[in-house]
Design a binder for this molecule. Structure first.
Ligand code: B12
Length: 328
């Protein structure tokens, strides 16, 4: 197919789209410079060379056509208004659909274009996925750790986040250097030991730690409990509690850790807790206060107070996890 034939096909498709109302024609007077740059991607990549400097070298310009009069200008799909607007065209029960969509954060009623997602639904998915990836792959802000006086140790993960994701077993063990530093800096046998771990979301730690840690500190003080020196574990999994318990012998260990982010929700932190954790313990020996975040989850201030209550309960019952349930 030569360029003229290609341009003819493009023109035919564009005319069909315009006739069907699937895209809006650009006002005749508008210049190319007035195009909103990112959102207004021309529909036909084949027509693009005519607009850029590349055209003069590689590909001959496509003659002026209906394709060049197009503007596809989608509003930001991530605003809450757009996010919860049903995408189904001509629903049988619009109010019912609106109520369903408003009742859940799940992606329902997103509509479709033929057998595919609409561009709006796809862009929203990609935007939310980007938030997730960002929270997962980046490190917790060092300034926050400094501000809260936390020193950092690492697990046996040495190959960055990629290895962390592929080898959960390494994230459950402290490195030898970490063991030495913890032994050197921390007091043994406190009533409560707080540890912070990046886990699966740096954003979760950044969003909640500044609020929750002081409440735990104050709560422990008010309850007359000794608090060990808190520290930060990079590349951390929940199972690292066993190694820390073995080293420091706290009565109760509280691990504040970033939860696996959901699409578009990355600020959720958990407090995993255990009574006298030791090698060989499993999740059946632990409890978790989950979904700690402001605006819909467990508020970090309340979570801090609750963690202290739970710690006292564990100390009284000398148990955690399933054993604590059975004891109470
Ligand atoms: C991933 C996940 C799982 C995975 C864990 C596998 C893995 N290797 O990652 C699977 C599918 C096995 C799982 C199972 C269960 N889970 Co789960 N899980 C989650 C989820 C989605 C993310 C957890 C996370 O990000 N952890 C942080 C990362 C860094 O930790 P990790 O070291 O990589 O993984 C450990 C933890 O995830 C831990 N874990 C996972 N679930 C639970 C539940 C409890 C009670 C405990 C103590 C530990 C624990 O197990 C992993 C291995 O040690 C959370 C949702 C949330 N909002 O947190 C629910 C969540 C923690 N799970 C929950 C529950 C109830 C369970 C089960 C008890 C369900 C059941 N009835 O069988 C089991 C218990 C499993 C166990 N480990 O003993 C609840 C806890 C509610 C509560 N407050 O007690 C949550 C909050 C989901 C919810 N909203 O209901 N879970």
């Amino acid at each position: 197919m030569n360029e003229a034939q290609l341009a003819a096909v493009v023109d035919a498709v564009v005319k069909e789209l315009l006739a069907a109302g699937a895209v809006a024609p650009r006002p005749a007077a508008a210049s190319l410079a007035s195009l909103p740059s990112v959102d207004a991607t021309p529909l036909t990549p084949m027509a693009m060379p005519a607009r850029g400097p590349v055209a003069s070298t590689a590909v001959k310009p496509v003659p002026p056509s209906a394709a060049q009069d197009l503007v596809i200008d989608l509003p930001d799909p991530a605003t809450s208004e757009a996010r919860y607007a049903p995408g189904v065209k001509q629903p049988k029960d619009p109010e019912g659909l609106q109520a369903l969509v408003a009742a859940t954060t799940a992606r329902i009623g997103v509509g479709r274009a033929g057998p595919r997602y609409t561009t709006r639904a796809l862009l929203l998915f990609q935007a939310d996925h980007a938030v997730t990836q960002d929270a997962l792959y980046r490190a917790v802000d060092q300034r926050l750790l400094d501000e809260l006086g936390l020193f950092t140790v690492q697990t046996k993960v040495t190959g960055g986040k990629q290895e962390y994701l592929l080898r959960p077993d390494l994230g459950r063990q402290l490195s030898d250097a970490a063991k030495r530093l913890i032994t050197e800096k921390c007091t043994r046998g406190p009533d409560i030991q707080v540890v912070v771990g990046d886990g699966l979301s740096a954003a979760a730690i950044e969003a909640n730690l500044r609020q929750m840690l002081p409440v735990i500190r104050q709560g422990a003080q008010a309850a007359g409990l000794t608090l060990g020196t808190p520290f930060f574990v990079e590349f951390c999994r929940v199972g690292v509690m066993n190694d820390i318990g073995d080293l420091l012998q706290p009565q109760v260990l509280i691990l504040l850790i970033g939860e696996r982010p959901g699409l578009g929700r990355a600020e959720s932190m958990s407090a995993y807790m255990a009574y006298r954790p030791k090698p060989g313990d499993t999740d059946a020996d632990r409890d978790v206060i989950c979904n700690i975040f402001e605006g819909g989850g467990t508020n970090p201030l309340e979570a801090g107070a609750y963690a202290i209550q739970l710690a006292q309960k564990m100390r009284r019952s000398q148990a955690s996890g399933v054993k604590l349930k059975l004891a109470s």
